[in-house]
Design a protein. Structure first.
Length: 192
């Protein structure tokens, strides 16, 4: 791919700070007296309700390209901590978009799924996609149920691609703008 630069130095470490009990406590606090949630995390993630935000992660990325760090910082539901390359802090004034930086993200499961929707898309920069695949692989190690839901947005949207020009890597229907809910239903139900 023209312009693509593979980075073999990057690595990722992920720590999960909460447990399924935190999600159950959140569910139970919203339900009627005597209700006791015992749903597995995979089901809780599938529901996409607020208890998934109880699952908190820290993602430590080492030696990723500076422009990839910028892409990841665009997700406002995450808290990024990016290595400064100022001249008084390890910089030399020649840094560019391919300068390697360390990047830490504090976020919840919902933020990770949303980030994956955008950054696993084949329209994302290949370097950014490589980092997101690395994150997904590490999430699989600490929370395989969450990893299952880390998919490109066309997969998440059931085959609807919102990009101006779909990538062509998945069999998707082009999203052309919907006037109302009834039309949305027609597009989803229309046979191929």
């Amino acid at each position: 791919m023209k312009g693509y630069r593979k980075n073999d130095l990057m690595k990722c470490e992920i720590k999960k700070h909460t447990t399924i009990e935190d999600a159950w406590d959140a569910i139970n606090s919203t339900m009627y007296s005597g209700f006791h949630a015992k749903a597995p995390l995979k089901q809780i993630y599938m529901w996409m309700h607020s208890p998934i935000r109880t699952q908190i992660f820290s993602i430590q990325l080492y030696d990723i390209y500076s422009f990839v760090s910028v892409h990841l910082s665009r997700h406002v539901t995450t808290v990024p901590f990016v290595q400064s390359k100022r001249i008084d802090r390890d910089g030399n004034g020649t840094e560019d978009r391919y300068t390697l930086v360390n990047h830490r993200i504090l976020c919840n499961a919902e933020a990770i799924m949303n980030m994956a929707n955008k950054r696993l898309c084949y329209k994302a920069s290949p370097e950014t996609r490589d980092v997101m695949i690395m994150i997904k692989n590490e999430i699989e190690r600490v929370d395989p149920d969450l990893s299952y839901y880390m998919v490109p947005q066309c997969v998440y949207r059931g085959g609807i691609c919102p990009e101006p020009r779909p990538c062509g890597n998945y069999k998707v229907r082009r999203f052309k703008g919907i006037e109302d809910e009834r039309n949305m239903r027609i597009i989803l139900d229309k046979p191929e």
